[in-house]
Design a protein. Sequence first.
Length: 209
Amino acid sequence: MADHSMTATADERVLPRPGQQPARPSFWLSVTALWLREVRGFYRQRARVLAGIATPLICNWPGVIKQSGAITDQVGHIIDLFPTIMDAAGVKYPKMYDGKKTPILPGKSLLPIFKGKERAGHEFLFWEHVGNKALRQGDWKLVAEHQGDWELYNLKTDRSELENLADQKPKKLKSLVSTWQTYADSIGVVDWSSLPQSKSKPSADYRRK
């Protein structure tokens, strides 16, 4: 899910250390990969890095979520919300609707997690937005900016995505790129460069973060 929290210029006087609150309540920072990159001088906000696609999901469901204040590191995605609603309502997704075969749902119900159970994770998670691309499979994250090279990160050891392992893990890189491309082809992803919108230029007063 997109991260719409406020961001601000890195400043040693206001950035909190782990476990601390910001010094000035009105000056919050999103403590994500974006924040980690900024304080190291690598400030790059992209729709595909964890600053843009990793946010907490806070839920309250009396009678179902029984562990007050519980935290889980099981990975979910916005595609899981519809299957979760159907699961909670006790209804099945139809195979046919109005005489036509329905598309396969890519998401999985979050209900087992809400009930404190382990849920089988996704085979992979896929992103594409205006030419920016990403794929996550387990702890491995594959990312590329529009017309940029593929980058590879191990989220278990490098949550902030600072150490690109593309050159060190060529086989893993090739495997994940193949997975991304196969899925992109199966759902009809169009090369952004081939679309007229890709030729649009920002206004003169636009400042990229």
